[in-house]
Design a protein around this ligand. Structure first.
Ligand SMILES: *[C@@H]1O[C@H](CO)[C@@H](O)[C@H](O)[C@H]1NC(C)=O
Length: 226
């Protein structure tokens, strides 16, 4: 699946995931961490990682306030490669430090199974063979809008809501805990039992969910993926 990749030696550690959108490859380091999907800052407690995709926490500036939650990286280490999904933060880590779930670490670490290894990584499509799913947070209602996006193959750049059949769209705010909500200062909800939701992907594609309930814990499948 993955060929060998050469990266320019000048790629500085300050290069972040923003530049990865331009297909750059980042040089960084990875260390082993426990399995933390449920505890991760991306709030994926009720999400099962797709087959052959492992979990990772990302550091420092790459975290972007939860803005990269659910995005996938291909990570190349001395012993192999693994596809990982961003499920957690490591805010005290350097920008290009990856906290790899142990199964992914074992795959790519080669002989150095205990320490910190040098890796290269870039943002890739998760290649999930399912549509996008949105999941409403506990406590969601007409008066409090809060949902997260799951299964998206590409980074999500925005999530808009319409209460008038798609004529007008309001942009929501992505919270650090990875739920999209109305901006601070506005009432928490859209005063509607059902809304339209529009998910914008990093490739410019927009995925529309024509009918999303405002009830808590509801899971709604989109017609397609990014
Ligand atoms: C997971 O689901 C349970 C109950 O179904 C709910 O109480 C909890 O808040 C959910 N967690 C997240 C992060 O959505």
């Amino acid at each position: 699946m993955h060929g060998s990749r050469l990266i320019p030696g000048s790629l500085a550690a300050v290069a972040g995931l923003a530049s990865l959108a331009n297909a750059d490859v980042i040089r960084g380091q990875a260390m082993l961490t426990g399995q933390v999907t449920t505890g991760g800052t991306c709030s994926f407690a009720n999400y099962t990682l797709p087959r052959d995709i492992y979990g990772v926490g990302i550091g420092g500036g790459n975290w972007a306030g939860g803005g990269k939650c659910g995005s996938c990286l291909d990570v190349f280490g001395p012993g192999g490669s693994a596809r990982v999904m961003i499920v957690d933060s490591c805010t005290s880590c350097a920008n290009n430090r990856l906290n790899l779930f142990s199964d992914a670490f074992r795959r790519i670490a080669g002989t150095d199974q205990g320490g910190i290894i040098d890796v290269e990584f870039d943002v890739v499509s998760c290649d999930i063979d399912e549509p996008i799913v949105v999941r409403n947070k506990v406590g969601t209602s007409r008066y409090h809008f809060s949902l997260q996006v799951l299964n998206a193959n590409l980074p999500i750049t925005a999530l808009h809501v319409s209460t008038d059949g798609g004529q007008n769209w309001e942009e929501t705010v992505r919270r650090e805990y990875n739920f999209f909500e109305r901006a601070t200062g506005q009432s928490g909800g859209f005063s509607a039992d059902r809304v339209m939701v529009r998910v914008s992907c990093s490739n410019g594609r927009r995925v529309i969910l024509p009918e999303v309930s405002a009830a808590e814990l509801v899971v709604t499948r989109a017609p397609t993926n990014c």
